[in-house]
Design a protein around this ligand. Structure first.
Ligand SMILES: [Zn+2]
Length: 158
């Protein structure tokens, strides 16, 4: 796969992240593709709607791909995700034997992919990272503004 293909699939993952944003979820999206470049599954973060801390975009995409292929082994697949995977998702990526991971924005807080995945599977980071982090920034900015707005509404007694 060349960089152009990576951008194409990351763009699809970004569209998933936008769906998360519209559902008031932390905007992270993921896409799983076959070796031939077909999309097997696409998903976004559903932690809030599922009331479950584990329903990250990667987990949702992995579950959907395994169901679709009737196979838990995804070794011929690539995973595109807009944010660097966390420790839980890295575990699921290794267990599902995904062959390649491409992520957008690095996550200095929760991202551990390079320390866990590198050397074990093919790992590429920083694809459309600006677009990915812009979505995240706008989400957290609006959350903070909402908190501020609600606080001042409380102080008004309304
Ligand atoms: Zn995760």
């Amino acid at each position: 796969m060349n960089k152009l293909d990576d951008k194409y699939f990351m763009d699809l993952a970004l569209k998933e992240a936008e769906k998360a944003l519209n559902n008031d979820e932390v905007p992270v999206g993921a896409v799983i593709t076959s070796i031939g470049g077909n999309v097997i599954s696409s998903a976004f973060n559903t932690v809030e709607s599922d009331i479950s801390c584990i329903m990250h975009a990667e987990i949702n995409a992995i579950l959907a791909a395994q169901k679709k292929l009737h196979n838990w082994r995804l070794d011929e697949c690539s995973l595109y995700v807009t944010l660097e995977p966390c420790i839980m998702c890295c575990g699921a990526i290794l267990l599902s034997r995904i062959g390649r991971v491409v992520y957008g924005a690095a996550d200095p807080k929760g991202g551990v992919s390079s320390s866990i995945l590198s050397g074990k599977i093919e790992l590429t980071g920083g694809i459309m990272d600006e677009e990915s982090s812009m979505l995240l920034k706008s989400f957290f900015k609006s959350k903070r503004e909402n908190i501020r707005y609600n606080k001042s509404a409380d102080e008004d007694g309304s």
